[in-house]
Design a protein around this ligand. Sequence first.
Ligand SMILES: Nc1ncnc2c1ncn2[C@@H]1O[C@H](COP(=O)(O)OP(=O)(O)OP(=O)(O)O)[C@@H](O)[C@H]1O
Ligand SMILES: [Mg+2]
Length: 165
Amino acid sequence: MDSIISLNNIQKTYSIGQVVVNVLQSIILKINKNDFVVITRSSGLGKTTLMNIIGCLDTPTSGEYYLNNQLVSGLGDDELAGIRNKEVGFVFQTFYLLSRYNALENVMLSLIYAGVNKNDRIARAEPMFEIVGLKDRIHHKPNELSGGQRQRVAIARAHINVPLA
Ligand SMILES: Nc1ncnc2c1ncn2[C@@H]1O[C@H](COP(=O)(O)OP(=O)(O)OP(=O)(O)O)[C@@H](O)[C@H]1O
Ligand SMILES: [Mg+2]
């Protein structure tokens, strides 16, 4: 079976002035459909760096990354943005909800970029709030929500690209 996510010899270095930090070295990882994967390592050892590459938010310094059989490691920012919009759901370590929008608007945002009309956006977003148990908070802005509630809005947003059956 072809893997959904296939990382081959991924390396990531950060350069700060003259100092080069090797964060990821020779990462080989295959993730198949329906796999549930947990990545554990101590703080500062590269989990977010790896997730940013897998989520097409960042590119590796070297190595190949195939997402759904498409080589994405060499793509530019615009192409990666298009892939993120269609293929990736991401719950950030620090959520990144937009403070001027309410919970419903935060969850629907990527559907605007995907060209979905307003009625369909609402029809897809509202059930997400039922699933995460936040139906009575959809008109609240992030600063009117608890930390756990913000996390659940971020989870709802991460799943919005999966069309309802
Ligand atoms: N933009 C950057 N420039 C330079 N160094 C960075 C940058 N981002 C992260 N690092 C360094 O890379 C290393 C890995 O960071 P990363 O955020 O991937 O760790 P993490 O495993 O997610 O940690 P935590 O469990 O604390 O969230 C850290 O030592 C960090 O200081
Ligand atoms: Mg992290």
